[in-house]
Design a protein around this ligand. Structure first.
Ligand SMILES: *Cc1c(COP(=O)(O)O)cnc(C)c1O
Length: 463
């Protein structure tokens, strides 16, 4: 399959380059040139995660990986999950389900895509006898999931930037206690957006153009692709008996996960009614879906740090669709956004696309209240991000009782035990693997929010 950039759809590259590069040289994001939607016919016999993952991923990878190799890559990627179903569904009410995405090695949904990306990197590097340096920014969960996926790999050095004091202690320790010489953690005295800005700048810096840099942020197409799987899997399980239109409530920051849900609906023809965008008080996307104005404001620290993001990178991919795949127009709008920090879409532009979404912004008080209510009602402890999505589901269901909603559970509550403690007066039980994480020695560099400092540090340590 051929891929093209949102900012120039006249040039094409293959899946291998897309997955290794992450971000296009023109600053745009990669997308398939054609979707081959007619290929997506899922037989009801194939209701297991790996078969569905294979059908979807195989279509997007094309001929460059053989079926046997791809099946093995997928198998390896999901063996470390603590649930046989990989992403199990729990039914809470007739019309409300919980999709648990946190059974991977680092306890957040990021593992589903990053385990696969790690194995794909490894496959391509071994095949070509090559080495790369992964550079990534994290608001908390991407970092640990990426480190876990590539630690001890001799063909890879990995540099993860996180905002100091803006990730939970558990999240930081998950990264900084990884003992492997190919791992470099960098704490930046700034916000996640600052970290992401530095990473993007590094990828577009002339001095580093020749370096073998790869990205693991959700700007990497491979992550989006892998996340489509659980939407389809969930729809198929719920619809085994009767067909319903299902809406998914997605705790949203960088818009990768929600965008994958949108693709499941719009390109793979899954029976999905709405993608419900649930943001915390950093509500740039909520404001956009309500008003058509995408306007950056300051980042606020909340009890859902993985969503403390203002600039949602994957928004550009949706914009490309909204602009009828006119990459010149996207380039113009994004360049303008970079200088003005705002853009707007005229009312009724591609209403069908915008109508696929419904958005809510949930404040911190409500988030804690939902953790408490769900614990009392179902004896289930939600992590705060999941609670943001759950709160949005409840608001949505209030007006649409006859609909079926799936709330995405994006992290294990142990990752955010302070918020849980505040909500229900006790901490969630730590999974065995992490019992001693608060005693392990941490290793990380702290740098000022300064592009040159970070660049120098990275260039000194690359392969
Ligand atoms: C990353 C993350 C999100 C946000 O996902 P995006 O794809 O960035 O929108 C939500 N919840 C948790 C727990 C996360 O780690």
């Amino acid at each position: 399959m051929k891929y093209t950039s949102t900012r120039n759809n006249k040039a094409f590259i293959d899946f291998e380059s897309v997955s290794l590069k992450g971000l296009a040289a023109d600053g745009g994001l990669y997308l398939p040139k054609d979707w081959n939607t007619e290929n997506f016919k899922f037989s009801k016999k194939e209701v297991d995660f790996e078969s569905i993952a294979f059908a979807i991923i195989n279509n997007f990878v094309g001929d460059i990986i053989s079926n046997t190799d791809l099946r093995e890559i997928i198998r390896k990627s999901y063996t470390g999950f603590s649930s046989k179903k990989i992403t199990p569904l729990k039914q809470l009410e007739d019309n409300h389900w919980l999709l648990e995405l946190f059974h991977g090695p680092t306890l957040a949904f990021k593992d589903i895509a990053l385990q696969l990306l790690g194995n794909l990197f490894n496959f391509f590097l071994e095949k070509n006898n090559n080495q790369i340096n992964i550079i990534g920014a994290t608001s908390g969960d991407t970092g640990s999931a990426a480190l876990e996926a590539v630690k001890n790999n001799q063909n890879i050095n990995i540099f993860i930037l996180h905002p100091v004091n803006r990730v939970s202690d558990f999240q930081r320790r998950q990264m900084t206690t990884v003992k492997s010489s190919n791992v470099f953690n960098i704490g930046i005295k700034g916000t996640f957006d600052d970290c992401q800005y530095i990473v993007k700048k590094l990828f577009n810096d002339i001095d580093t153009k020749e370096k073998k840099f790869a990205s693991i942020n959700s700007i990497n197409w491979t992550r989006i692709m892998a996340q489509i799987t659980y939407y389809i899997y969930a729809v198929m399980q719920i619809n085994l008996c009767e067909s319903k239109k299902i809406s998914f409530s997605v705790p949203t920051g960088n818009f990768g996960d929600a965008y994958a849900g949108y693709l499941a609906k719009s390109k793979l023809n899954a029976s999905i009614e709405k993608i419900i965008i649930a943001t915390n008080e950093n509500d740039i996307l909520d404001r956009f879906f309500k008003s058509g104005k995408y306007c950056k404001s300051n980042v606020k620290s909340t009890n859902t740090p993985s969503m403390d993001i203002q600039v949602a990178s994957n928004f550009e991919r949706l914009l490309y669709d909204i602009m009828n795949e006119d990459s010149k127009q996207v380039l113009k709008i994004m360049k303008n956004f970079e200088s003005k920090n705002s853009l707007s879409i005229k009312k009724n532009t591609n209403k069908k696309i915008l109508d696929s979404f419904k958005s809510f912004s949930i404040n911190q008080k409500r988030t804690l209240e939902v953790i408490r209510n769900v614990y009392e009602k179902y004896n289930i402890i939600l992590d705060p991000h999941t609670a943001v999505g759950f709160a949005a589901s409840l608001e949505y269901l209030e007006k649409n009782e006859e609909h079926t909603v799936v709330s995405l559970a994006t992290a294990h509550p142990a990752k955010f035990s302070n918020a849980v403690l505040k909500a229900i007066g006790k901490k969630p039980i730590l999974p065995k693997k992490y019992k001693n994480i608060f005693e392990l020695e941490e290793r990380y560099e702290v740098l000022d929010n300064n592009y040159k400092l970070v660049k120098d540090f990275i260039l000194k340590n690359i392969l």
